[in-house]
Design a protein around this ligand. Structure first.
Ligand SMILES: [Zn+2]
Length: 247
């Protein structure tokens, strides 16, 4: 079982080594750590080096922070790193950003990251919030690499579009208590699903920070919703994650 998207970063988690130990003890094969602003990049690379074969890194730019983050810096510094396995998360967030100037800015920067992923031949991990159709339009126009819609919460028509494009939807552990994710987990084919925690966010356990060790909550819930064995969810989603990230 692989956590296809988490944030093991000092801004969010204090005892990262303990959290990694917990993930190993819980039987995870790997955790994909998503750094979402330039100041995280070096930390993420070091964490990967110190946990070789268990922690992998994706480098991106959080669209919800577009007003305060330096896009150029993120865009340029990604090229200085070599060991990361995907570009992301990048995308559009219209939940936090409402004015048209900044929405447009998000679209421009997102477009540039898609082109960067094409150029580097790395898959894309996408953050889309209240902008699913706009995200898919841009991706369909530009992306030449494989796409994973992280923590996807769009509607069924948008989900079908992703399936038709043979891209992936990531179901978070929050599926245990969020209606939208449950609906998607039920209807999207397992061949197009990976699972994630998005740690330390979206915990399946009330009042507790999320961590990769809780990934099994997502697999269990998908097994119940689809009425299929837990082992099947585990093996197919793990295979999908390995294929996507080429690990
Ligand atoms: Zn995330």
């Amino acid at each position: 079982m692989i956590d296809s998207h988490a944030h093991l970063l000092p801004d969010f988690i204090k005892n990262i080594n303990k959290i990694i130990d917990n993930a190993r003890t819980a039987g995870l094969e790997a955790v994909i750590n998503s750094a979402i602003e330039p100041k995280h990049f070096q930390f993420a690379e070091n964490l990967e080096k110190n946990n070789k074969g268990f922690i992998y890194t994706t480098l991106g730019f959080s669209p919800s922070w577009i007003k305060k983050l330096n896009f150029e810096k993120a865009y340029n510094s990604i090229r200085d790193y070599s060991s990361f396995i995907a570009v992301g998360e990048v995308g559009l967030d219209y939940h936090w950003i409402h004015d048209s100037f900044w929405k447009k800015k998000q679209q421009e920067t997102f477009g540039k990251f898609i082109e960067l992923a094409n150029e580097l031949n790395k898959p894309l991990v996408i953050h889309s919030r209240k902008a699913e159709t706009e995200c898919l339009d841009l991706l369909e126009q530009k992306a030449k690499v494989q796409v994973l819609m992280h923590c996807f919460a769009g509607n069924l028509a948008e989900a079908n579009r992703i399936v038709d494009l043979d891209w992936l939807i990531s179901v978070p552990t929050a599926v245990v208590n969020r209606k939208k994710h449950r609906k998607l987990a039920r209807s999207v084919p397992l061949e197009n699903i990976v699972i994630e925690t998005d740690s330390p966010f979206l915990s399946p356990i009330k009042g507790q920070k999320n961590e990769p060790a809780y990934l099994k909550y997502a697999a269990k819930e998908i097994a119940i919703l689809k009425e299929i064995p837990y082992d099947e969810v585990d093996s197919i989603t793990t295979r999908n994650t390995k294929e996507f990230y080429q690990i």
